[in-house]
Design a protein around this ligand. Structure first.
Ligand code: SAM
Length: 220
């Protein structure tokens, strides 16, 4: 119970901190989206470490808030991988409505077999990922912030759905890049962070504010 209160209080405080970015058109925040505390953590990392090339797995209101902040700062770009075509179109249209298409782009990447995946749990189409993230880093430099909030991993048999993000993208990461994994409250989230640490040279830390995220740094 106490943890729930702490989390609710932290979320409330985070909404207040996010308010300069919520003055634009209404956004349909939902249970699917990153908690406000996690969004604040991301934006703090961008502000304090001058992040400029952000790749996101799993698009949504987070994509739009990140783009609003990048636009406000006057530099920085976001590339978001999204498996659901309809959702990719909604986020793309919202970015366009807000004049943010130059700042953030959503790429529709259907789920498919991926060589980095665990036991054939599908991840984003390998060719699309390599082409799109390659073109993005050619233009904007290596990825200095990776947000792993998709694809969904709650369905039966898809528990390790988010694992491929770091092994598949580590060649595109800058040394010292931040990596944020959401939904670490689930045991598979902990397993994913442990595997990234053991296999990919990351040091991951669970967020102490109950946002259910783990934040890590890539050693390069
Ligand atoms: C955890 S969500 C990603 C949320 C996103 N990073 C955010 O913070 O808004 C994972 C997937 O759920 C789907 N999704 C996200 N928001 C949705 C919504 N409001 N309705 C339906 N599907 C949604 C998308 O396919 C997305 O890639």
């Amino acid at each position: 119970m106490e943890a729930q209160f702490l989390r609710a209080f932290y979320d409330l405080a985070s909404w207040i901190r996010l308010s300069p970015l919520l003055n634009g058109p209404y956004l349909p925040f939902s249970a699917w989206g990153l908690r406000p505390g996690a969004l604040v953590r991301l934006l703090d990392d961008i502000a304090l470490n001058d992040r400029r090339a952000v790749v996101e797995c799993g698009s949504g209101t987070s994509t739009i808030v990140l783009a609003r902040y990048m636009a406000q700062r006057g530099h920085g770009n976001v590339l978001s991988l999204e498996h659901d075509e309809k959702w990719a179109s909604w986020v793309t249209d919202q970015l366009a409505r807000e004049g943010l298409a130059e700042v953030a782009r959503v790429v529709h990447a259907p789920l498919a077999e991926h060589p980095a995946a665990v036991k054939h749990v599908e991840w984003y189409t390998p060719r699309t990922v390599t082409d799109e993230v390659g073109a993005f880093t050619d233009k904007h430099g290596p990825v200095d912030l990776l947000l792993v909030d998709g694809p969904p991993g709650w369905q039966q048999g898809r528990k390790m759905a988010r694992y491929p993000a770091v092994p598949a993208l580590k060649d595109f990461l800058a040394p010292g890049a931040s990596v944020l994994l959401d939904d670490v409250n689930r045991s598979e989230g902990v397993e994913i962070t442990k595997r990234w640490e053991a296999e990919c040279g990351l040091v991951m830390e669970l967020d102490p504010h109950g946002t259910r995220t783990a934040f890590g740094t890539y050693g390069g």
